[in-house]
Design a protein around this ligand. Structure first.
Ligand SMILES: [Zn+2]
Length: 149
């Protein structure tokens, strides 16, 4: 089986988020069949909702479409290391794999900070692959925050 990355689509969602004035983070959820079941970018400002991270919005859409609280066998592509909230939510979905781009020393919760998936209370640990499309994701974030200064 040939590995196909969906990170380009996640980066498109991140760019669309930036255009809306949101922190540029994008996520794509892929079913075991390879079908994209949800795409989302951050909408915390638009929705006045601090939990409206790209990952959470993608999980909500995919679970609603599946009629299930779980997404076994699914893959998530996200442009930035998930925060602790998103990592916990992803564990609850029983997702199979997470591919992320840039690491997030400030708010990341996977490779740093609380390291949710390494915690003994974590009931489901997905496979995690980092650094996928990281340069593009970092450039988007840098550009976004440079414009806000
Ligand atoms: Zn998050």
């Amino acid at each position: 089986m040939v590995f196909r990355s969906y990170m380009d689509q996640a980066l498109d969602e991140a760019r669309a988020a930036a255009a809306r004035g949101e922190v540029p983070v994008g996520a794509v959820l892929v079913a075991p069949s390879g079908e994209v079941v949800a795409r989302a970018g951050n909408r915390t400002r638009e929705l006045s909702d601090p939990t409206a991270h790209a990952e959470v919005l993608a999980i909500r859409a995919a679970c609603a479409a599946a009629g299930s609280e779980r997404l076994p066998g699914h893959d998530l592509y996200v442009t930035l290391e998930p925060c602790p909230m998103c990592a916990a939510a992803l564990s609850a979905t029983r997702i199979a794999r997470i591919y992320y781009g840039a690491s997030d020393p400030k708010s990341g919760g996977v490779a740093q900070g609380p390291r949710i998936f390494s915690h003994p209370q974590c009931h489901h640990v997905p496979e995690v692959y980092d650094g996928i499309g990281a340069a593009d994701a970092e450039a988007l974030l840098k550009e976004f925050f440079a414009q806000r200064r």
